[in-house]
Design a binder for this molecule. Structure first.
Ligand code: HEC
Length: 132
């Protein structure tokens, strides 16, 4: 890369980073996917949030409905769908690929901490049903 090319690249990167800041000055770091390191999730809060935001498709206690698959299912055991899959699913939605319920939309209004609570709840339900 010539010196001129690297200056152009640096300027382009600066413009790109500036564009990534939301209209209200939200930085990339604030739009983060994961809760801060050391955050302790609470399955009881997760149950409440799950009922409000997920149960209409994933069913009572994550057992599935006619709108979406059970999350208490070996397909979603930690080794097959790591916690990151949950953060991504909520933030960006999910293209239909394992089932025939259609796509999952992105779920608005949940902070990474909320998703962490939901994951704690779902993992607990999985363990209670022998899914590890
Ligand atoms: C409008 C219905 C709907 C809602 C609401 C919904 N989901 Fe989903 N979700 C789906 C469907 C349908 C799939 C299956 C897509 C497939 O694999 O075919 C899915 C898949 C998933 C997956 C698997 C992702 C992957 O990588 O395969 C996770 C994790 C998930 N949902 C979590 C959640 C959580 C957590 C909530 C609540 C915050 C939620 N969903 C709310 C419909 C929904």
């Amino acid at each position: 890369m010539t010196r001129r090319q690297s200056i152009v690249a640096a300027v382009a990167l600066t413009v790109l980073l500036a564009a990534c800041e939301g209209q209200d000055g939200e930085t990339v770091a604030q739009q983060k996917l994961l809760p801060p390191a050391g955050f302790v999730a609470d399955a009881n809060q997760g149950e409440r949030l799950f009922r409000a935001h997920c149960a209409r498709c994933h069913g009572q206690a994550g057992m599935g409905s006619d709108q979406g698959p059970p999350l208490v299912h070996s397909v979603y055991r930690p080794a097959h769908h790591a916690d990151l899959a949950f953060y991504w699913a909520v933030k960006d939605g999910v293209r239909q690929h394992h089932w025939h319920f259609g796509d999952m939309p992105a779920i608005e209004g949940l902070a990474p901490e909320d998703v962490a609570h939901i994951i704690a709840y779902v993992r607990g339900e999985q363990r209670n049903n022998g899914i590890r």
